[in-house]
Design a binder for this molecule. Structure first.
Ligand SMILES: Nc1nc2c(c(=O)[nH]1)N[C@H]1C(S)=C(S)[C@@H](COP(=O)(O)O)O[C@H]1N2
Ligand SMILES: [Mo]
Length: 324
């Protein structure tokens, strides 16, 4: 079987996309190659739509949740029809139209492990978490590092509430989030180019900021698979890749997590990834963005327009690495 290496337009520089240089000398990649090849062979026998008919994880009776009027937008919402068919979810492929592939994601049952530096590690069923948390709707902007943007009515609860539930110890400095790893379910996890699972992280101070939002729904309904069901993050002042989808594990740690894209190309995708129009990506300008549903090109704003809420988080931390 031919193995197709698909280089995402934005993700990897030409130099890094050369397997010999960047990947083949890394033991974990070699390991992933071995596992990936086996999983690829196995998944070739599966009909593509076989898993689509499972129950969704979210409880429709909890949606729509009451809108929190503190989170307003200066532009119109991106229609669900457009947003739900233009996604980044590399577990299902590197194209924007992976929403069909994402229907193989099984989200019920779905357990979330909360551990690391906490008083007591717990595994909680998504349904229990969703029922326990005070759900609200917020209108948020989303700015992808690829210089397109959209606006979404998310439903969820603040990350701070989850921290309260988890009871981290005083030594915790970061939260590390991890997506599922299941190459038989997610076609994109069969490749050897990426180091799965997808990982992201924030500092405890960022997690305590009211804007940091755990998302369980969108457009007044439980999350669709392609949006990262059943639970994802939304960090609207950061580039979109920080907003990790389909979270399985949440761990508290004193080590700065190395996130998925940072591990692949740290010169292009850093840990902080705060939106800043004045700091160009190594391969393109970040000064402007294309609004997905109107096609307009508009100026990008510092912290994606959320500076009032988040600029204080970075007082005393200097340098361009905050913005890539
Ligand atoms: N697990 C996982 N989370 C992810 C991604 C991904 O590929 N896998 N892509 C990120 C990127 S680059 C963006 S822009 C947003 C896209 O979210 P959307 O498809 O809901 O617009 O999800 C982010 N979270
Ligand atoms: Mo993105």
């Amino acid at each position: 079987m031919a193995i197709i290496i698909r280089k995402p337009a934005w993700a990897i520089s030409d130099a890094l996309a050369t397997p010999e240089r960047a990947f083949l000398d890394r033991r974990d990649i070699l390991k992933a190659w071995g596992l990936g090849a086996l999983a690829l062979a196995a998944s070739a026998n599966l009909p593509k739509t076989v898993r689509a008919a499972t129950l969704p994880a979210g409880n429709p009776a909890l949606y729509p949740a009451k809108q929190n009027a503190a989170y307003k937008l200066d532009r119109s919402l991106t229609p669900e029809e457009i947003n739900s068919k233009y996604n980044n979810f590399y577990e299902f492929g590197g194209d924007k139209d992976i929403w069909t592939e994402a229907q193989t994601l099984v989200t019920n049952p779905w357990d979330i492990e909360i551990g690391g530096m906490v008083e007591k590690p717990v595994t909680i069923a998504f349904a229990e978490l969703e029922a326990k948390m005070p759900l609200e709707e917020r209108l948020y902007r989303h700015r992808c590092v690829e210089a397109w943007s959209m606006t979404i009515p998310w439903t969820g609860f603040s990350l701070a509430k989850l921290v309260e539930l988890a009871k981290p110890t005083a030594s915790a400095k970061y939260i590390r989030f991890e997506t599922f790893y299941d190459p038989a379910m997610a076609s994109g996890q069969n490749g050897f180019l990426y180091t799965w699972p997808y990982v992201e992280g924030v500092t405890m101070a960022e997690a305590a900021n009211e804007l940091a939002f755990m998302v369980t729904g969108a457009y007044g309904k439980p999350l669709l698979n392609q949006f990262g069901a059943p639970l994802r993050l939304a960090l609207p002042w950061k580039y979109g890749f920080k907003s990790i989808k389909s979270i399985r594990k949440i761990s508290f740690t004193d080590k700065q997590p190395v996130s998925f894209w940072e591990g692949l190309a740290s010169n292009e995708y850093g840990f902080w990834a705060n939106v800043n129009p004045d700091v160009a990506h190594p391969r393109w300008s970040q000064a402007q963005e294309r609004v997905l549903h109107t096609g307009e090109t508009v100026p990008t704003l510092l912290f994606n327009g959320y500076g009032e809420q988040v600029a204080g988080l970075y007082a005393g931390i200097e340098g361009e690495e905050l913005y890539r």
